[in-house]
Design a protein around this ligand. Structure first.
Ligand code: 2HA
Ligand code: ZN
Length: 275
C-alpha cells in the first residue's frame, strides 16, 4: 500500500489539519510524531526506501531502536500537511542502537524531521515504558490560551492543574494525573527534552512556559482531544480572569473527590489543597 493511502497517514494528516484549524500552528509552529505499529510499517513496506544516510538524533533512545515514526518536518507548516504531505512529513526509521535515524519516505524537497525530534523521541521512550507500549502519539502545539496563562499563573504543576481542573468538570476525568510545567527554556535542545520527559513520567501533558503544550496519548483522537480539552479549559480561565480576579464560586476539593469516585479516577491529593 502507498504510504499516502494508509489509514495511519490519513489519520496523521487529519490531526495536523485539525490543529491548524484551531489556530495552534502559525507559520512552522508545532510538531507531531507517531510511533508506528509493526503491521502499519509492513502495510507500506514497498513504498519505503532504505538508501538515505543515517543521521544523529541528538538523543539516545535505545528502547526505541529499530522503530518507525511518522513526523512533521522541521520548518514545515501544519497548514501544508494535508495539501503537500510528501513535502511536509517524513517516515523515519531508527537504527539498532537508537542513536540515529534515516528518512524512508517523504520530505521530497529535502529537510529534516521536526526540530523537536530529541524531545519527541525521549518522550516516546518514557511513555512507551510508562504505558506498556500503549502511547504512540506525541504532539506539540502553540495553544494560545495556555500560553497566555503562563504569564499570569505561578509556573507550578499545582497551580496549572488545579486552575484548569476547576474550569470544566470533564477536566479531572480527562487528565486525572494533572499537568506538568516546564519553565522557559530554549526549544529544540537536549535540556528541554530531558526536563519534559521527566515530567512525562507522571503526566500526559506538559506546559512549556511562554511557548505551548506537549501532549502524549494512545492515538490521534485521544491526544488531540487531550490538547483540545486543556486549551478549552485555559480559554475559560482566560475569560473568567478577564471578568474578575475573584471567582464567586468554583468546584471544591470534596466535589473533586466525589467526581473521582463516580468516574473511577484517582486524583492526587496534592492538587486538592484548601485555598
Ligand atoms: O517550530 O514549535 O518548538 C516548531 C516549534 C518548535
Ligand atoms: Zn513550539
Amino acid at each position: 500500500m502507498k504510504v499516502l493511502e494508509s489509514p495511519i497517514m490519513q489519520g496523521f494528516m487529519r490531526m495536523a489539519q485539525d490543529g491548524f484549524d484551531q489556530g495552534w500552528h502559525e507559520r512552522n509552529g508545532g510538531n507531531l510524531t507517531y510511533r508506528m505499529k509493526r503491521e502499519e510499517v509492513e502495510q507500506v513496506w514497498e513504498d519505503l526506501r532504505f538508501d538515505a544516510p543515517w543521521q544523529e538524533i541528538g538523543a539516545s533512545v535505545p528502547e526505541l531502536a529499530g522503530e518507525f515514526f511518522i513526523a512533521t518536518g522541521s520548518g514545515k507548516y501544519f497548514r501544508n500537511v494535508m495539501p503537500f504531505p510528501e513535502d511536509s512529513v517524513a517516515v523515519v526509521e531508527l537504527d539498532d542502537a537508537g542513536e540515529k535515524y534515516r528518512i524512508c519516505w517523504g520530505l521530497v524537497n529535502g529537510g529534516r524531521p521536526t526540530s523537536e525530534l530529541p524531545s519527541h523521541l525521549m518522550n516516546h521512550q518514557v511513555k512507551k515504558k510508562a504505558t506498556g507500549g500503549r502511547h504512540r502519539v506525541i504532539y506539540h502545539a502553540h495553544t494560545t490560551n495556555v500560553i497566555a496563562l503562563t504569564f499570569v499563573l505561578p509556573l507550578t504543576d499545582e497551580a496549572f492543574t488545579r486552575e484548569l481542573w476547576e474550569m470544566a468538570t470533564e477536566c479531572p476525568v480527562v487528565f486525572p494525573d494533572g499537568i506538568g510545567v516546564v519553565p522557559w527554556m530554549v526549544p529544540g535542545g537536549h535540556a528541554i527534552a530531558v526536563e519534559t520527559s521527566n515530567l512525562m513520567e507522571k503526566y500526559d501533558v506538559a506546559v512549556w512556559a511562554h511557548h505551548g503544550i506537549f501532549c502524549s496519548g494512545e492515538d490521534f483522537d485521544l491526544t488531540f482531544g487531550l490538547a483540545h480539552t486543556v486549551e478549552k479549559s485555559a480559554e475559560i480561565l482566560v475569560k473568567t480572569l478577564s471578568m474578575t480576579q475573584h471567582k464567586r464560586q468554583t468546584i471544591q476539593p470534596d466535589q473533586f473527590r466525589e467526581l473521582a469516585k463516580d468516574f473511577g479516577v484517582t486524583l492526587p491529593e496534592r492538587f486538592l489543597f484548601e485555598k
